[in-house]
Design a protein around this ligand. Structure first.
Ligand code: ZN
Length: 277
């Protein structure tokens, strides 16, 4: 089996910039991930890219098999994951082109399986126990530092911290919802950050979210509200420097065996009932 140490779950704009990409298909007890995984090297580090929505963006946020995606990455040897995503800004100062590295998460999704430990037997007959993990700090402290430093190194002053609220989608927010999100003090709104982060934690993976603001959310401005075309346009304008930041962040991450963050002991003595890949 091919191996990788770092995973990047992002848009299809990333793997195509690497030389010598090896495409591998991985199956999991939860079914297939969003797409093939693309293995390449960045600064001597082995990286696996996974297009979150699949090639051609055919998977809506609520249809993504998040469990399969994280499981597949871990089965290749990945222990640290960077998760870039497009978001709406909930404050006027977080306009299009803002890079925000959140430190908190609010789950407003409705229909997604968000645990591996639900007592449901796996195809091989093993049965995961019910496990309740600490999730007070949903993101890897080391990964956040790497991402922030990488952005600053590219003269892209990031917002250090903030709350990502994840909505079910695929529709965008109403003005009332958007005003409510902003009134809570939340920073940005997206559709894919959950359950990606919590499933990573359940697999003891380091997970870092990098959010690129592509629009001001519906209640934050006075225009027509966000459109998908607007999101794609701003994302396209920023993808090359986001790629540079991701590459630099990959290079700045510690070796997997040198991780000193709390993600590595996420299970804190729980008997998982199953072997992680
Ligand atoms: Zn970590």
């Amino acid at each position: 089996m091919a191996e990788a140490e770092i995973g990047v779950i992002g848009g299809s704009g990333f793997y195509s910039f690497l030389d010598d990409v090896t495409e591998v298909t991985v199956d999991t007890p939860y079914g297939p991930p969003s797409d093939s995984l693309f293995l390449g090297k960045i600064a001597g580090r082995s990286v696996a890219f996974l297009p979150r929505h699949g090639r051609g963006h055919h998977l809506a946020p609520h249809r993504i098999n998040y469990r399969a995606n994280l499981w597949a990455l871990r089965s290749l040897g990945v222990r640290q994951v960077l998760g870039p995503s497009a978001v709406g800004g909930l404050r006027p100062e977080y306009g299009p082109g803002t890079l925000l590295v959140p430190d908190q998460l609010v789950d407003r999704t409705k229909s997604r399986i968000q645990t591996y430990f639900d007592g449901e037997p796996l195809p091989d007959g093993s049965v995961p126990n019910v496990v309740h993990l600490t999730f007070a700090d949903p993101y890897c402290a080391t990964g956040r530092v790497a991402a922030l430093g990488a952005a600053r190194g590219r003269d892209w002053e990031p917002v250090d911290g903030g709350t990502l609220v994840v909505i079910e989608g695929p529709r965008f927010s109403t003005r009332a919802e958007s005003r409510w999100h902003a009134a809570q003090g939340w920073s940005v709104v997206g559709m894919t950050g959950h359950p990606e982060a919590v499933l990573a934690r359940e697999l003891s993976l380091c997970y870092t979210s990098l959010t690129l603001v592509t629009d001001l959310d519906a209640g934050t401005e006075t225009g027509e509200g966000v459109s998908h075309e607007e999101v794609l346009k701003v994302f396209g304008e920023n993808i090359s420097r986001l790629r540079e930041v991701l590459f630099d962040a990959v290079a700045a991450l510690p070796a997997n065996e040198d991780r000193a963050c709390r993600c590595t002991d996420a299970h804190q003595g729980w008997d998982l009932g199953i072997e992680l890949p």
